[in-house]
Design a binder for this molecule. Structure first.
Ligand code: NAP
Length: 283
């Protein structure tokens, strides 16, 4: 039976540390300030944004929501970002994705000042991550949260075989870079990968981020592996579930994250921590 990695408890511990850091900054007369930009009325995005605002307020971080109509031009959004870049009291900027189709999301990401890029998606920050120059560099929050899990549970990375399934810019690619920086031997798999099971069965560390419910089965994992399930999927009954067939895989591994209460709670905590870090790095 694998040990379950308790993301909820770890996230709460990180929040506690963040609160202490916020207090220290406030004692110096500095209030960390996160600005979230929401374009349009996507219901899922509205929930995500609300959750971020709630968490910020709980931790004593100032947060401002900028809402813009779905039919604004790309230029209007770019001008708003420019304004936020130049506003001294704004430390962290997050543009909630997805954006309406007529707006180029990459252009928008590029427009954010890399020093205020709380998501860590700006190519300058991604480049620094891949160069292993991570000091004072914001890094994508989900993979960063997973690294915290490895640390907390004393899961050795150095010299280990790591396989990351899924190569998105928000999870798979930065995850692979972080593992590589930590001296794992990394394979990044995707939908064109041939004989995926042969790779996953060799993985000491397996991170799965495909968005396909129960994609990884028990015969695809190595005995004693550490398995991280990033997926937030819906099963046939509409229940939240992961990319890993938890019930059966759990019996074979040494560590595993559940869904929910695994990777999910860590992401928002890392976002808050990163808001505070950006603030500290700016003074
Ligand atoms: P994404 O952008 O849709 O990427 C999915 C990746 O999976 C792609 O790289 C795709 O390969 C790969 N893939 C699809 N089918 C595959 C197959 N049969 N074999 C191997 N690889 C395959 O997804 P994402 O944004 O990374 O999200 C992945 C999951 O994580 C989703 O369930 C999402 O909701 C969840 N998520 C959770 C958090 C959190 O905080 N817990 C954060 C972000 C995402 P190609 O590139 O070849 O298409």
């Amino acid at each position: 039976m694998g040990q379950i990695i308790d993301g909820k408890t770890l996230a709460a511990e990180i929040d506690k540390q963040t609160m202490t850091e916020v207090q220290k900054l406030k004692n110096q007369g500095v209030e960390p300030h996160l600005v979230v930009v929401l374009v349009g009325e996507n219901p899922a995005s509205q929930i995500y944004v609300r959750n971020k605002e709630k968490r910020a307020s709980k931790l004593g971080i100032k947060s401002t929501l900028v809402t813009m109509n779905a039919d604004i031009s790309e230029n209007e959004l770019l001008l708003k970002i420019q304004e936020l870049n130049q506003t001294e009291d704004v430390n962290a900027i997050l543009v909630q994705m997805p954006l309406p189709k007529h707006i180029d999301a990459f252009k928008v990401t590029m427009a954010i000042d890399p020093r205020k890029d709380v998501d860590g998606f700006h190519p300058v920050n991604v480049g620094k991550l891949f160069e292993g120059k991570t000091q004072h560099t914001p890094i994508a929050c989900t993979p960063q949260g997973i690294m915290e899990m490895f640390q907390k549970y004393h899961i050795d990375i150095q010299g280990k075989r790591a396989v990351v399934v899924g190569r998105s810019s928000i999870v798979g690619k930065p995850m692979a870079a972080l593992l590589l920086n930590a001296n794992a031997t990394v394979t990044l798999a995707h939908s064109y990968t041939k004989d995926l099971a042969a790779l996953t069965k060799e993985a000491d560390i397996l991170v799965v981020a495909t968005g396909i419910a129960h994609f990884i089965k028990e015969d695809q994992v190595k005995e004693g592996a550490a398995v991280i399930d990033v997926g937030m999927d819906r099963d046939e009954n509409g229940k939240l579930t992961g990319d890993v067939d938890f019930e059966n895989v759990e019996k074979h591994v040494s560590y595993i994250t559940p869904v929910p209460k695994g990777v999910g709670p860590m992401t928002i905590s890392m976002l808050m921590k990163q808001t505070v870090n950006l603030t500290k790095w700016s003074i």
